[in-house]
Design a binder for this molecule. Sequence first.
Ligand code: UDP
Length: 239
Amino acid sequence: MEEVKLINDDGLRLDGRAFNEMRPIRITTGVVDNADGSAYIEWGANKIVVAVYVREAYPKHAQNIDKAIVKARYNMAGFSVEERKRPGPDRRTMEISKLISEALESAIMVERLPRAEIDVYIEVLEADAGTRIASLTAASVAVADAGIPMKDLPVGCTAGKANGKVVLDLSKDEDNYGDADIPMAILPKSGKIILLQLDGDVSEQELEEAMEMMLGAMKNISRIQREALMNRYMIEDGE
Ligand code: UDP
C-alpha cells in the first residue's frame, strides 16, 4: 500500500499540529442532572458524556461483600462516526468497556463501598480517534464528581507513529493510515501504568519516546481534570 502523507515538508501534521502537540481539551462536570456524578469532554473533535450512578448491586447474589463492583459501559452513538455505527455492543466496545472498568477500579477505594455497584455510562457523541482514552479521562472526573472515594484520578493520552515519526495524540487520519497507535493511562500520583496498548510496529526506542511524550502531556491533562472539579465545587470569594 502506498504511504499516505501525514506530515508535510515543514514537519507539520495534516491538522497543522507539531509532532508533540495535543489537540485542545475541555472538561466540564455536573452535566447530567439525574446522575450522581457526570462529566463532558471535548478532546479535539471527540465529544463524550459520562454519567455515574452508585447503587446497591442487584441481584443480591451478585454483590461483593468486600468491595464495590465497577462497571463501565462504553457506547458509540449511531451518529458518532462517518459511517453509521451498528447499534449495540461489539467486540471493540466490550474490550474498551472492560479496559476502562479495570482502570477506574485501580483508582477507586472499592473496599469502602462493599455491596455497591458503580455504573459508569459512557456515550461517545462524536468520535475522532483516541476515544478510549478521552472516555477514561472524563470518567475519572465523573466518578470524583459523584463523591466516590478515590486514591488518584486516572489520566490518559495517546501517541503513535506516522510516516515513521513518533507523534502525540493521534488524529483520525493518523490512526487510520499511521504505523502505530499507543494508548496509555496512569495513576498520576504513583506513576503506575493502568492501561497500555500497542497496535502496530515500533522500536523500543520509539516506544520510550512515545511514553516520555505522553507522560509530559498527561501532566497538563491532569491539571485540566482538577480544574474541572474545582470549577464546580469552589465557592467564589467576596460575593
Ligand atoms: N471508528 C469508527 N467506527 C467504529 C469504530 C471506530 O469510525 O466502529 C473510528 C473512531 O473515530 C475512533 C477511531 O476509529 O475514534 C479509532 O478507533 P480505535 O478502535 O483505535 O479506538 P479509539 O482510538 O477511539 O480509542
